[in-house]
Write a protein that binds this ligand. Sequence first.
Ligand SMILES: Nc1nc2c(ncn2[C@@H]2O[C@H](COP(=O)(O)OP(=O)(O)O)[C@@H](O)[C@H]2O)c(=O)[nH]1
Ligand SMILES: [Mg+2]
Length: 474
Amino acid sequence: MGFFSKIKKLWKSEKDEYNQDSTSLGDYSYDDHEVEQESSRPESERHGDILDLEVTEEENNKVNQERPSTANKGENERWQNDLILSLQEAEPRLSVWLDYILQGVEVPDQNFWDRLNFFFKNLEVPDAEAHDFISRFQKWLEDMEYEHVTEFRSELQYRLALALDLEDEEDEKSRLFLKLSQGLSKTKENLSKKIDNLLNTNPNFDQKFWENLEEILIMADIGFKTTSLLVEKLQNKFREKKIQSPEEFKSLFQEELANLFPKPKKRIKPILPEVILMVGVNGVGKTTTIAKLAHRDQMQGKKVLIAAGDTFRAAAIEQLEIWTQRVGCGFYAKQSHSDPAAVAYEALEQAQKEQFDTLIVDTAGRLHTKVDLMDELKKIKRVLQKKHPGAPHRTILVVDATTGQNAISQTQLFNEGISIDEIILTKLDGTAKGGVVLSISYEHSLPITYIGLGEKMEDLRPFNSQDFAQALLE
Ligand SMILES: Nc1nc2c(ncn2[C@@H]2O[C@H](COP(=O)(O)OP(=O)(O)O)[C@@H](O)[C@H]2O)c(=O)[nH]1
Ligand SMILES: [Mg+2]
């Protein structure tokens, strides 16, 4: 959907329509023209409109008269009126709105789908998109065998945030920050607790303090080289800024930690389809991450095709297929032991022909030798490039944070072999040594674009160095 960043002002448009013409809140016929008109109004007129909207009894009656007639019309009208009033009075925040949408809903029954549908109608979501969202979510609930709101609420909110383009809203940001903070809890335990302890026991910032700090950082897998540089920078800034208190030190530390990450490069919008080549050794979470990435793209209205380039094992193809069915995206595969370059080439052909926005190519993580593996990946790159200049637009290395220093040697191997554009670091939730993020990114000058904080779809989070440093040290 994507274009619903205008979400906050939509209730207001209903109010205007009351005043200007006979269109009502419950009227199911919207057209794009009205949306256009509304969006052309200045921001100042639109902001904060939801709170001051009052619906008079007369207007409510009008709403009721204009609703489509159903068997239990009266009952429908009641909940629809209640819901719309609650939403209008609520803070313009997704989590608060979701509370109202889910009020009285325990299981995904007809009432739940009606309420979700009604919410979409009132946001002027085109029917086809609302239908697509709902049928995908329905299928996902069936696949996952989720039966209770508590099991799927979080995923629903994640999907809505992506679909309505609300990920950058404050409300979502704080929810996601909490997730990050929880995901990093083991590393926090290991790193920030020890630093707090050091600041308590050694508040004079003497030689011993810096030596101990270095030790703590190395133990958190920040790596010797990165640790030395970080400590040196800290010492310089420490003198420069005449730091005296533990609080000042912690905020300096947070700032310097964030600054060590290379800035993400600006990417030129590719000619579609954008081709992503996923590489990494077995078991790091490549397949799961592909599914999570595809899910994000699909929710944002893109059409995604996944190619089963790990032809080494039949089970890998099957596992990927199951994921693509869950995500509801396209899937291209040949039988096991086919040439992965041929799979990639043919999948790209299909993606071009059928106008996919994104093609993600899975690859094998293990061959007989490292040379075999790199040769195979190089060949895949060559054929993609030949068919679609610029492809693969992104070669992403997936690494498992729990493998610590091993993750660093894998980064080196792949980067030397086939040149990596970005890193996705998985399983940060399962390690106390999350500091490895910093050394991988710094020592290879590669941006981390996403991190994995768990096995669920929403556990793949875009990486932001400031948030990471803050979550780690707060
Ligand atoms: N806790 C946790 N588990 C993950 C994460 N990402 C992947 N996994 C799990 O890691 C295992 C291996 O993943 P898979 O995608 O099959 O790895 P592949 O061999 O690289 O394709 C699976 O059980 C995933 O659920 C993550 O961020 N956190
Ligand atoms: Mg795999």
